[in-house]
Design a protein around this ligand. Structure first.
Ligand code: PEP
Ligand code: MN
Length: 338
């Protein structure tokens, strides 16, 4: 439910509305923008008569949201949100954000070599898993704690920001301490306890789309993080399960304009997990930029053939450089700076 305030409503009237919302056991989310002041209402209000708010002084009208998500909804928050990852700004027409790095951190040498290369090619955030969600328990599970020290060292040496996945509540604490952005992976998109914990974090969150999640389910999952008080959420389209077998997943680029219509949150695209095939990554990365994505996340490895995870979809460093050279022209064509 949204309570739209009159343009001349006073601060006291706004406070009285918020107090009434709280009296009813609900939570008010006041939001002021240049064009309007609105109070988003969350909580269980089914059956509540909107007249309890529309009669209050300063209220212009009360509207029900047409979508099941609330805080992530564009109807609630009209202006694009800008997410700040240790100084790297994502969304609202800011420069295109390029996140790049290996699927997993494997060693100090591997991380430092890739970090220098992706930075030189124009990436501003490095990716790389410390905790890996692998289909088999016998596959490489990540360097875990040991990788966090390498992350700190690579930040010190390159000035890059870092994003890495938290698999559960225990790893979230370590990730929160060392990384600049917490990644929540596709398999955990509806891990509600993890989402709530990320909502309490001071670090921005990258929320990947679940393997078979609708946009409604994805944005409602984002509400878990936003409702905890963490407004810094970036969405990441990474492909969904389909009947197609020519790629690992089906990269749903139409999610970009659709999410931009439904939500104020920034959205980036991961063509690496989205296709699973190295040579398909550069064209789909360019297509993501053309579709209006706020950034891309790409797997890059200094020795993909020997990678401990996802080597087949990881770009060679040279291939990444060549892809990066093609991005400015596409970005320019859609009015975006790099
Ligand atoms: C990853 O980015 O390393 C990853 C595991 O991605 P996803 O959660 O999209 O599968
Ligand atoms: Mn991977």
């Amino acid at each position: 439910m949204l309570i739209l305030m009159k343009s001349n409503a006073s601060e006291q009237q706004l406070e009285a509305v918020a107090a009434r919302v709280r009296d009813l056991g609900l939570t008010p989310h006041p939001l002021k923008s240049s064009s309007r002041t609105v109070v988003g209402v969350t909580g269980e209000y089914n059956g509540l008569d909107p007249a309890v708010f529309s009669a209050l002084a300063g209220v212009s009208k009360v509207v029900r949201l047409s979508v099941p998500f609330k805080l992530a909804a564009r109807e609630f928050h009209q202006d694009d949100t800008v997410v700040d990852v240790a100084g790297v700004k994502i969304g609202a027409g800011q420069k295109l954000c390029v996140m790049a790095g290996p699927c997993s951190f494997e060693s100090e040498e591997q991380v430092l070599e890739i970090a220098r290369a992706v930075k030189a090619a124009g990436a501003s955030i490095m990716r790389g898993g410390l905790f890996k969600p692998r289909s088999s328990p016998f596959s490489f599970q990540g360097l875990q704690q040991g990788g966090a020290k390498i992350m700190d060292l690579a930040r010190q040496q390159t000035g890059l920001s870092f994003v890495t996945e938290a698999l559960d509540e225990a790893s979230l604490e370590l990730v929160e301490e060392h990384a600049d952005m917490i990644q929540i992976g596709a398999r955990n998109m509806q891990n509600f306890t993890l989402l709530k914990k990320a909502g309490q974090s001071k670090k921005p969150v990258l929320l990947k789309r679940g393997m078979s999640a609708t946009l409604e389910e994805w944005l409602t999952a984002a509400d878990y993080i936003l409702s905890g008080g963490n407004s810094q959420v970036v969405l990441c389209e990474r492909g969904i399960r389909s009947f197609a077998t020519h790629t690992r997943n089906t990269l749903d680029l139409s999610a970009v304009p659709a999410v931009k219509e439904l939500s104020h949150l920034p959205i980036i695209v991961d063509p690496s997990h989205g296709t699973g095939i190295r040579n398909y990554v550069p064209p789909m990365a360019l297509a993501a930029v053309a579709a209006g994505a706020d950034g891309i996340m790409v797997e890059v490895h200094n020795n993909p053939e020997q990678a401990k995870s996802d080597g087949g979809q990881s770009l060679f460093i040279e291939q990444f450089r060549q892809m990066m050279e093609k991005i400015p022209a596409v970005a320019k064509a859609v009015g975006r700076a790099v």
